[in-house]
Design a protein around this ligand. Sequence first.
Ligand code: PEP
Length: 253
Amino acid sequence: MRTPLIAGNWKMYKTNQEAVELVRELLRLLDGTQDAEIAVCPPFTALSEVSRLLSASGAPLALGAQNLYPRKEGAFTGEISPPMLKALGVTLVIVGHSERREILGEDDELVAAKVRAVLDEGMKPILCIGERLEEREAGGAFRKVEAQLEADLATVMQSEAAGMVIAYEPIWAIGTGKTATPEDAQEMNSFIRGRLAARFGEEIAASMRVLYGGSVKPDNASELMAMPDIDGALVGGASLKAEDFAAIVRAAT
Ligand code: PEP
């Protein structure tokens, strides 16, 4: 039985003060939630403050980061290292988000290095994969996702795989209001689990969480979460409103 994970990707939203207000509201709304793991991924600038707030509350909300640079330290101006995140209490790191692939030109080689760096620091990667609209329309969605999985997990050992989370995020559904149908998302998530089984074995693949992300909202979350291979959601826009994020968490439990 896989515990669903609902992770909020705040992207480049929320100042420190706004982040604190959002977390306070979330702690109030999510108090007593059971049967789901919940995580928030604020921007780097708010991690420290949010970490303090979460520790003080004792609530089981995990702290995630949206990115890192795959070196422990060095002359990498503007970048953030795995130990810096770990020291703040970060346990999850989003890697390979399509906004970083598409806008900042991250390729699979860099994404694979980031996956490696997160695991080496004892944190969990949330690896995002997914196809562009034209790739889906040309019938290439499965091929694209398979290639990303193969490249991005290239260095992951069987013993490390269970600690990973995969998020299927079709690019055409991110921030657009267009959601994959529950059936389409299930079909892809099931395909992903099949590839994970081929790579790491049935038992490990069955224990790994495969999330869906792409315009998840309170009104579509229940039917997506009801699918057997959708083990939670990576939520962007709707995670910026406490009521909406809490409603999505409720849908997953
Ligand atoms: C995301 O940023 O990972 C995401 C899924 O965004 P949205 O929910 O806004 O589509």
